[in-house]
Design a protein around this ligand. Structure first.
Ligand code: PMP
Length: 358
């Protein structure tokens, strides 16, 4: 077996121990059946999902007045699900624009509500987060939506505003990378395929008082009130993905939880940023205090070396480093499952490449 280091933004690298466990259990998870062959209403599967929620609650210290939902459709379905569920009898919603994923959320919300873009990082070419004091919040917004980590631009909030009653956050590419105070939010959501498991399932954590307001037009599959009542089993859920997600949470608990993950993640990111900043060949454009711990874009001094960099990187097992076309250059996504050794191997490769071509 030869595994490579996969720097993809998502779907992304999974912990090896999780893949091995799934492999071991693939044919016989319970009673001689694969987990993907059993009913989602069987006792064995119900025990799995109860344990899954318990571990998530433990890892994030989720307060009792929040429901935890596991829903199909990725984070994108929630771009519509959020206004449909939370608008109630209000008309306005506030969004903070920090990059591509904020804009996708805004585009979808516009179908259901009047969107006020209360602040935008556009003037910085999306290399920073607008200062909280400068946000022009509406008086009567149903909620304020933020994107704590912009996966493409590599910009991450390093703290959250206080005093916003219904703060809603798309945590997709930062979820479970470090502790977060759930009580500061009305709703948190994240697709799984970065830090939690395979694509196709998303987690929504929603405060109880935000339920029971869904528009009658809300598709039942993304109606938080119904899904909370049904324990996310209104229809047949993506059972295998849920099983994998559960294994990842188990792995996270074994690693010592989110405080341990945060220390490792900060170390990985710091080492890579130091290598970039310490060279005159590589550059990261993001304002230092808003640099993402998870997605690190960087450019080479000469664009015409990009394809050689990627080819040589692949030869030594460093995969999927091509940046998003909007930003150009490279992007290293270093989620929880990327070992420190993977980041060090990348840094050594970058330094060697610079010596030879810089
Ligand atoms: N939000 C963010 C921050 C993302 O990075 C992504 C996916 N890259 C999405 C939302 C969309 O997620 P999904 O593909 O799970 O719908």
């Amino acid at each position: 077996m030869s595994r490579t280091y996969n720097f993809s933004a998502g779907p992304s690298m999974m912990p090896l121990a999780v893949l091995k466990r799934a492999q071991q259990e693939l044919l016989d998870w319970n009673d001689g059946m694969s987990v993907m062959e059993v009913s989602h209403r069987s006792n064995a599967f119900l025990a799995l999902i109860a344990g899954c929620e318990e571990k998530l609650r433990l890892l994030l210290h989720i307060p009792a007045n929040y429901k935890v939902l596991f829903l199909p459709g990725g984070a994108t379905l929630q771009f519509a699900g959020i206004p449909l569920n939370l608008l109630g009898d209000k008309k306005h919603v506030d969004y903070i624009d920090t990059g591509v994923w904020s804009q996708k959320a805004i585009g979808e919300a516009k179908h259901y509500a009047t969107v006020n873009v209360a602040a935008s990082a556009k003037d910085s070419n999306y290399t920073s987060v607008p200062e909280f004091e400068e946000w022009q919040l509406s008086k009567d917004a149903a909620y304020v939506h933020i994107t704590p980590n912009e996966t493409i631009q590599g910009v991450e909030y390093q703290g959250f505003p206080t005093g916003i009653e219904n703060l809603v956050a798309d945590m997709s590419s930062t979820f479970l990378s470090r502790p977060v105070d759930v009580a500061k939010f009305g709703l948190l959501y994240a697709g799984a395929q970065k830090n939690m498991g395979p694509a196709g399932i998303a987690v929504v954590i929603v405060r109880d008082d935000l339920l029971n307001k869904a528009s009658p037009l809300t598709p039942v599959i993304t109606n938080y009130t119904v899904q909370a009542q049904e324990h996310s089993l209104y229809n047949t859920p993506p059972t295998f993905n849920w099983y994998m997600l559960n294994l990842v949470l188990e792995w996270l608990v074994e690693q010592g939880g989110l405080v341990s993950m945060a220390a490792i993640n900060q170390r990985k990111a710091t080492e890579l940023y130091n290598a970039i900043d310490g060279s005159s060949f590589y550059k990261n454009p993001v304002v230092k205090k808003y640099r993402s711990w998870m997605n690190i874009p960087f450019t080479l001094a000469q664009e015409n070396l990009d394809s050689l960099f990627l080819t040589e990187a692949e030869k030594v097992g460093l995969m999927n480093l091509k940046g998003h076309r909007i930003v150009g250059g490279m992007r290293a996504s270093i989620y929880n499952a990327m070992p420190e050794e993977g980041v060090r191997t990348l840094i050594a490769f970058m330094q060697d490449f610079e010596r030879r071509h810089g």
